[in-house]
Ligand binder design. Structure first.
Ligand SMILES: [Zn+2]
Length: 418
């Protein structure tokens, strides 16, 4: 039985509908109850009422609807406290809803199924250098991974509430078009439309496209153990480098949604040419290609998980060239991170993608540069840490995005699908 106060850090800030009429009030209250059960459950109806400030009758009605929708379950029975019938505790039902995530990156694909509790229930990855491959070839393969993930969710008895797709480039959110992915060499690709046209199974709606660093930051925010009002920058590393800026629990994308392109921050104006056309971009001196080249890792496929494994093995045995390569990348990354901290005054920087497993070697050189370059460093200490979700932050964020919409409006128009 839950008797303590609801931990504030566990409560998630939901974009709840502003109640304007009776039906809106009911939906708003349903989100409030589900959030409470999610953050603090298992707990009794009476405690849900106490925590939300709703009447016991209102809570009772909403709980019945949430149970009918498969989102909440009753857990065991407690002995009656004095008089009355035995009570039951309420808990979030993780398998009550799931989301499918797909990440298409320069070095391969990952698809996963994440349940309502944020647990990964299915994961399939395929490595391969996608540079120079046509969008058609890549999206056909990606569609198979989504087919398999949708089928896996079905086998697990998890109703899928939507599909999120993470891509390494500029996404026009309104049009749902990948405008530019420099490392893939793609422009104006209607990713969602084309993936759907290659589907073999029936895919649920909605299907949403977003930038991988943004989804990694959201994944980190939603299921990475952050408080609802946290501020941090997630720096996602792969062949490309991107950033997702979260301030007071909200992702800041810039006015047109194209912000966070940290990888194309100029750190050396006369440096090597970047695939974007400019020179000396951060990802040219801190991305996966640079690190592998500097480390002399040539005997492994330069893609996906296969690429980092031999590098990690060299680092673990103290290979000087590998350590120096990662330190150099860490110093360049420090220049980028210092720029972000000087601009946004965040107190935490989270390293995701390949930077997560490389963190033990990146940390010290990065921190040293930040100390020198951040004006406020003496008074406002910065926490730098690896993503709790490791390399999968983006695909987890993609899969969880439709579940956030569900949590914000659990009894919305199509809430009884389950
Ligand atoms: Zn560039």
């Amino acid at each position: 039985m839950s008797t303590g106060p609801i931990p504030p850090s566990a409560s998630r800030s939901l974009d709840r509908p502003r109640p304007t009429d009776q039906s809106d009030v009911r939906r708003h209250n349903a989100a409030l109850v589900l959030d409470c059960v999610d953050a603090a459950g298992p707990l009794s109806r009476a405690r849900v009422a106490a925590h939300t400030g709703l009447t016991r009758a209102t809570v009772g009605t909403i709980v019945d609807e949430l149970i009918a929708a498969g989102l909440v379950s009753e857990k065991g029975t407690r002995a009656p406290s004095g008089v009355g019938r035995p009570g039951t505790d309420l808990a979030l039902r993780p398998e009550g809803a799931g989301g499918v995530g797909l990440e298409i990156n320069v070095d391969g694909y990952v698809a996963s199924v994440v349940d309502l509790a944020g647990t990964v229930r299915h994961r399939a990855a395929r490595s391969g250098d996608l540079r120079g491959r046509t969008a058609t070839a890549v999206l056909r393969t990606a569609a198979r991974l989504v087919d398999d993930a949708v089928a896996a969710a079905y086998d697990l008895g998890i109703p899928v509430r939507g599909i999120g797709v993470a891509v390494p480039g500029l996404v026009d959110l309104g049009e749902q078009v990948l405008r530019l992915a420099p490392n893939l060499g793609w422009t104006d690709v209607r990713v969602v439309e084309r993936l759907r046209s290659y589907a073999v199974t029936t895919w649920p709606s909605p299907m949403v496209l977003d930038n991988e660093a943004n989804l990694a930051a959201l994944g980190e925010l939603w299921v990475g153990g952050h408080g609802s009002a946290d501020s941090f920058v997630l720096v996602n590393g792969d062949v490309g480098v991107g950033a997702g800026v979260v301030l007071d629990g909200r992702l800041h994308r810039g006015t047109r949604g194209f912000g966070g392109e940290l990888g194309h921050l100029t750190v050396a104006p006369d440096g090597p040419e970047c695939r974007c056309g400019a020179r000396g971009c951060l990802e040219q001196v801190a991305g996966l290609d640079f690190i592998l080249r500097q480390a002399g890792v040539r005997d492994a496929p330069r893609t996906g998980e296969d690429a980092v494994a031999p590098l990690l093995a060299r680092l673990a045995r103290g290979d000087e060239r590998a350590v120096a390569a990662v330190r150099q990348a860490g110093e360049s990354l420090g220049v980028g991170v210092a720029a972000l901290v000087n601009l946004f005054d965040v107190e935490t920087v989270v390293l995701g993608g390949i930077f997560a497993p490389l963190f033990p070697w990146l940390d010290e050189p990065l921190r040293a540069v930040v100390r020198r370059r951040v004006l406020s460093a003496a008074w406002a200490p910065l926490t730098v840490r690896p993503s709790a979700l490791g390399r999968d932050a983006a695909v987890i964020g993609a899969a969880y995005a439709p579940l956030r919409d569900l949590l914000a409006d659990p009894l919305g128009a199509d809430a009884s699908v389950a």
